[in-house]
Design a protein around this ligand. Structure first.
Ligand code: C2O
Ligand code: CU
Length: 443
């Protein structure tokens, strides 16, 4: 099996080096013979588009739109997605960000499959055991391909349906675009409007598909954070004017009731005065929201009501890992660059995290650098235990994309219940490409 098209650098770990008793990636594919409940075909192809400035630019697209089509399925569905690469020369894959799929469906070029080259196809099959807001993107040369447009949203509706009458997805990315169902806020002044009857229950799915943390501002309404990274929060409280800092790769679901006046959802890299694009919800096609006010950034560590979790202070961990995130200047592929390191190592030299199936694993993240590192572990959700040693209070906070800011120390835990070879990397994809990547490996 030739694992072509490596993501960041040549990977020292492939299915071929696993011990003979170990399961191969092929054995860790999803259900292969049942008829799917939902099937989609996604074609990766180039698109030349004209920017508002009149310049032409080349986007790389799924189904000729950026973002790609919104895939909306139901909890428990067997989903089949046929990926067809039309003309992306370096090959593409699809990674289902935040979905804990069987390892062989995880879409990591060079690790769980070969990159799909022009003219080729690959069929993904998985059962959606989770609900909530996810996204998908190419995991072949991710730092280039996601920036070029190879991403889209994946919404899994719970069996009982969605409580709200209006359900909308708002993404943050470096291009501001819309495919009809997903509005992507970028850096240039696009304003889109949705007409919504006052009194309507609204769910807004915020997704950060950008490399840097993004701060979303909701002005003109009270709202609750109903879910983080696809997992519902317990007892979410109403709040107002709390900026929402979303990790790269992360998602917040907001729930609100449409008031009589307009509401805006905007985003910024910094303060509320630097917001650019906005989605305006209003009852008419002309009313404008009152300007927002700056508030204290929403903190998921102190929000909602406690609920039982599988780990507590008595938990005996089978494995405990510390990941020190830092950077240093050094040579990479022959050029002097700012290397992003984990425990001083640069991928692929970083020793893998080794676990056995069933292990209860503690992870500690320490950011000694001066940049945010949104850490993303594939195939698993982590429960955040503490920040700076202070236990998380309020609702259990499960995450797959944890923003570790400079100086921060987080502890989190997960159960190793999804065998395979998984990436654990910074979702600032440029940092991942500059070394901040490693593997989690089941022995
Ligand atoms: Cu969203 Cu390894 O990626
Ligand atoms: Cu980083």
């Amino acid at each position: 099996h030739n694992l072509a098209g490596l993501d960041h650098a040549d990977s020292p770990v492939s299915a071929a080096v696993m011990s003979p008793e170990a399961v191969s990636v092929e054995d860790l594919r999803g259900p292969q013979d049942a008829p799917p409940d939902r099937s989609f075909t996604i074609s990766a192809s180039k698109l030349i588009t004209t920017l508002p400035t009149g310049e032409h630019t080349e986007l790389w697209t799924f189904n000729q739109t950026v973002p790609g089509p919104e895939l909306r399925v139901k909890e428990g569905d067997l989903v089949e997605v046929v990926l067809h690469n039309v003309d992306i020369e370096d090959g593409v894959t699809i990674h289902w960000h935040g979905l804990n799929v069987p390892n062989g469906e995880d879409g990591v070029a060079g690790l769980t499959q070969d990159a799909v080259m022009p003219g080729e196809r690959f069929v993904y099959r998985f059962i959606t055991n989770q609900t909530g807001t996810y996204w998908y993107h190419s995991h072949q040369q991710s730092s280039v391909q996601v920036a070029k447009g190879l991403y889209g949203t994946l919404i899994i509706e719970p069996k009982e349906g969605i409580a709200e009458d209006v359900d909308m997805t708002v993404m943050s990315h470096s291009h501001g675009t819309s495919n009809g169902s997903t509005i992507t806020l970028g850096p240039t002044g696009v304003l889109s409007r949705r007409i919504i009857e006052p009194g309507t229950a609204v769910r807004i799915r915020l997704i950060n598909a950008h490399n840097m943390p993004r701060i979303f501002y909701v002005s003109g309404a009270r709202y609750r954070v109903a879910a983080i990274d696809g997992v519902n929060l317990n007892g979410p409280e109403w709040m107002e004017d709390r900026p929402l800092l979303l990790a790269a790769g992360g998602r917040y679901d907001l729930a609100l009731v449409m008031p009589e006046h307009a509401v805006s959802v905007s985003h910024s890299l910094g303060t509320i005065n630097e917001t650019s694009e906005a989605v305006v919800l209003s009852a008419t096609d002309h009313d404008m929201p009152a300007p927002g006010v700056e508030g204290t950034i929403f903190d998921p560590a102190h929000y909602g009501a406690p609920a039982p979790v599988p780990f507590d202070s008595d938990t005996k961990y089978d494995k405990a890992f510390t990941l020190v995130l830092d950077n240093r200047v050094g040579f990479y592929n022959g050029t002097m660059t700012n290397l992003q390191t984990i425990n001083g190592y640069v991928f692929p030299d970083t020793p893998s995290l080794m676990v056995s199936e069933g292990d209860v694993v503690k992870m500690k993240f320490v950011n000694r650098g001066f940049m945010d590192h949104p850490m993303h572990l594939h195939g698993h959700h982590l429960l955040v235990l503490s920040r700076y040693g202070i236990p998380v209070q309020g609702s259990p906070w499960w995450t797959d994309s944890l923003n570790v800011a400079p100086g921060e120390v987080y502890e989190a835990a997960f159960v190793a219940d999804n065998p395979g070879l998984w990436m654990d990397h910074c979702h600032n994809l440029e940092h991942a490409a500059a070394g901040m990547s490693m593997h989690l490996m089941y022995e």
